[in-house]
Design a protein around this ligand. Structure first.
Ligand code: ATP
Length: 335
């Protein structure tokens, strides 16, 4: 499926701000994102940067202690902030689907795979049990579960981790969603199985045109699946662009640090070895750029004002006073 730059996005988030009760700062601070049909947008960043809160906000599943202060979330023409809880429940598992890192949290150990998959169909479509079971069998074939017919009668604990993740994908895709949110879907799997699952997601996305929001801290995963990337730091999007721009022309010091931490790109101690320090605690959040406390280039103005997310190339935006950097600079020269 070819992407049209003019197609209306399936999902648009505009200037979303979320705050937890008792916290002095916003956990999501003016987040704007969009995903088109057939496209995978990777949302990347270190633990605690707000990736999961973004997906929970989208799914209408924020904890009661979190409030959306302002902003817009539009999905397939609907304003997600103003639909009824009933409509939200109908969208979830139907047009708006999600898969998680740990499948056992979403699969019911007491029911067979056939029962759970067919139930997911019958909850949203007017079909007989027999038709729902046929849909369950079809989707098991699509996610390449061997001996699929027999597996309909299996229970989740009878499957390997990789197989369970395939079942989660089957469950998420069985009603042909317009958007699939995948939150670290392969983190718990070993490398070979991880590659198989990512290849499967890529194939199914190409077949169905489903838009995918892939949440990950793993840049290897990003390279495998995404067309576009949004880099988050401490609740803010600091850089967004297509995969080539982010990998070949990273502009934000945080993105440059993430890139340098990929093994083979000069990483010494693995994850984020090149970015000393950690995400500031809410009560110590800087007033200006939230990355300023860890940034080797921070100037006075970075501590005083938040740099706006600005265009620096075709569909490439960065929130840094230092941008744009010269295209020809190597990763070492940027850092
Ligand atoms: N129930 C809660 N109450 C208060 N703060 C919370 C709550 N849940 C999450 N947070 C805070 O929100 C921030 C963002 O968390 P989030 O889970 O979205 O991060 P993440 O990027 O998905 O990290 P990870 O990769 O570890 O899941 C964190 O700083 C976390 O401490």
């Amino acid at each position: 499926m070819t992407l049209s730059p003019h197609a209306a996005p399936v999902l648009t988030i505009n200037q979303l701000r979320v705050q937890f009760r008792g916290s002095p700062v916003t956990v999501l601070d003016n987040i704007s994102l969009s995903v088109q049909a057939g496209e995978t947008l990777a949302l990347v960043g270190e633990s605690g940067c707000g990736k999961s809160i973004t997906s929970l906000a989208l799914m209408g599943l924020l904890p009661a202690s979190a409030t959306i202060l302002e902003g817009e979330m539009r999905f397939a023409g609907e304003d997600l902030r103003h639909i009824s809880p009933r409509r939200y429940a109908d969208l979830r598992g139907n047009q708006l689907a999600m898969i998680f890192q740990e499948p056992m949290t979403s699969l019911n150990p007491a029911f067979t795979l056939g029962d759970q998959l067919s139930e997911a169909v019958m909850r949203h479509r007017q079909v007989s049990r027999r038709e729902a079971m046929a849909a369950a069998l079809e989707i098991l074939h699509k996610v390449q579960i061997p001996a699929a017919e027999m597996r309909l009668k299996a229970y989740p604990h009878q499957l390997s981790g990789g197989m369970r993740q395939r079942i989660m994908i089957a469950m998420a895709l069985i009603n042909r969603p317009q958007l699939l949110i995948a939150d670290e879907p392969t983190t718990a799997l070993d490398v070979t199985i991880q590659a198989q699952i990512l290849a499967l997601l890529n194939r199914l996305k190409a077949e169905t045109g489903t838009a995918v929001l892939m949440i990950t801290h793993d840049l290897g995963v990003v390279a495998e699946v995404a067309q576009r990337v949004a880099v988050m730091y401490a609740g803010q999007v600091v850089e967004t662009g297509d995969v080539a721009a982010i990998f070949n022309d990273p502009q934000h010091p945080y993105t440059i640090g993430l890139m340098a931490s990929i093994p083979g790109n000069g990483a010494r101690h693995g994850d984020l070895a090149t970015i000393p320090g950690s995400v500031p605690l809410p009560e110590q959040m800087p007033a200006g750029c939230r990355f300023a406390t860890r940034c080797p280039f921070a100037e006075m103005r970075c501590h005083q004002a938040r740099p706006p997310l600005q265009d620096i190339g075709v569909a490439h935006q960065v929130a840094c006073f230092r941008a744009p950097l010269e295209h020809h600079l190597s990763l070492e020269e940027r850092a």
